[in-house]
Design a binder for this molecule. Sequence first.
Ligand code: 9MR
Length: 651
Amino acid sequence: MRRLSPSLLGAAAVLLTTAATQAPPAPIRIGQAGFETRGPKIAVLPSTQARALAWTLTDASGKTVASGQTIPVGADAASGESVHRIDLGSFRTPGTGYRLHVGATASHPFAIADRPFAPVATAAMAFFYQQRSGVPILPAFVERKDLARPAGHAPDIATCFAGRDQKGVKWPGCDYKLDATGGWYDAGDHGKYVVNGGVSTWTLLDLHERLAAFGDANAFANGRLALPERANGKDDLLDEARVEVGFLLAMQIPDGTKLAIAPDAGVAGKAITRFETIDASGLVHTKIADENWTGIPTAPADDHQTRFLYPPSTAATLNMVGVAAQCARIWRTIDPAFATKCLTAARRGWAAALRHPNLLTSSDFTGSGGYGDPDVRDEFTFAAAQLYATTKEPAFLNRLRKDGIFTDPGADIGWGSLSLAGALTLATVPDALPADDRANLRSRIIALADGFVAAGNRSGYGIPFGGTNYPWGSSSSILNRAIVLGVAWQIDRKPAYRDAVVASLDYILGRNPLDRSYVTGIGTRPVQHPHHRFWAAAADKRYPAPTTGVLSGGPNSAAANEPGPMKGCAPQTCWIDDYRAFTVNEVAINWNAPLVWTAAFLDATRARWVDQTPRSLRDRRLPALERHATPCPSVRSRMGRHDRTGAPRGA
Ligand code: 9MR
């Protein structure tokens, strides 16, 4: 008999656990959190039948309460399937235990309820508390006692990396330390990265800035979340976001500091051959992280690796500037001293970025992720947008005009693409822009949203994400588009925009070819074994299973080209519920943040949408099979030489 390697045995055990504790996949796919009573209700059935098929809806007693015909859509390259849609939007009786049937096949039981997304938003926020660094995670604020843990990296004080990087370059270090205690761990690892902290915090603060317009300013009012700060009289979402704002500020270099930097770091095709001493005042270090990767499991308090500050970069600096400027605006009346501190840090950072406009990130260190970004123009736009929205100073508007935000606000939001985040802020923050600029920007956001709706109509599973390139963290790529759609809805209340946000969440929560809810603890077949160093029960039973509300990175089409269980997978199926498969099944703050945003958006706007069935998703046929238009970059090449866990790669 062929001996299985320990890693394969591990994978088999994981799969068996999954099979033993979860329902088998259902052939009719639905958003497993349930449908809104008056909202769109779309299910997807893979079928190669060209003709419409009869469907019925039964209630908990098995009685047929609605029926209709499926809508054949055709072949869909993203899922690798031919699909039909089932539109039961006109059925509006709340209840549980509903099932859809087509012939002998049925969906999982599901609910129709007024607020199906409220628990998703709350659970997704709870993720952030449990990612906190530097403080104990207390039993009073977690859903199970085994999720409590001692403080990790308390304190988190470090000096600059000194020694050789992966390419053998000897970095000189520095003669100071920063106290960067606090903030959130980025993901399944224990790194704390300014770049990713930036987009994540912007997303949560942006939600806060919009909740009143969405109709529920108190969605996260004091006491709504399980937090140590829940009785401090302040909004709980702001309490949580402030944890990361504090970390971002702590990563800024004090005035009068000299530092040796590598001017050629991160420049494509250039090796680092020289260092140069600069006035580093106001620049921001990219990350504080371990010298070497730790394995799974490792509780934060048991991480004994040396921590270092990694070199400052223009991108990190501008991430901090943008969020600090947003902080100055939001806390102006709530905590003026904190707001002033934020604005001072933002201005210092902006000045430092202007002095060093192209200090790129080196991705040549091990022990943490790269977040390298060769193009920092969008970070300048983001920072200028936030500074302008806060200060209304003409210099920032001039910069925005020069950078072209009004002609090209950007196409997507991501940790390395922030211009659109700035544009969304500028388009809606009251009294920010001259009327012409504002109208211009709004029309571009609407055009983007229209494009996303059109992509949804073409896509088999009805999501605002066309094509076949599903990147690392594709769950967040889709949800970040849903944010743009939510802002478009805020601007002109077109129901199709809100419906497309529902479609995005439905996909994330089970309306997908794997019949999988990518959020732990939500739905009939949720992800169970994400890549996380503490929620590591799949690796070691002495560690807890994940908390509820954690979003998996989701399908990564690059896995199709790698040897292993996903080889040849259709893009939306390039995923596996294996804790070692970090390229598809990690968790991250920049992925959970748009989950919070979109679920909270839907819940807050529940009473305010124009009540109608979703025309956008009806009576549409796919034109032609979408072929692999974009080549899938290799997972390995994008990982560089990083070995994330010491364990074999899951993908
Ligand atoms: O989300 C990041 C993804 O866009 C990159 O392709 C990938 C490889 O560089 O890194 C991802 O971010 C990881 C980070 O580097 C370290 N913490 C975990 C993050 C999620 O996997």
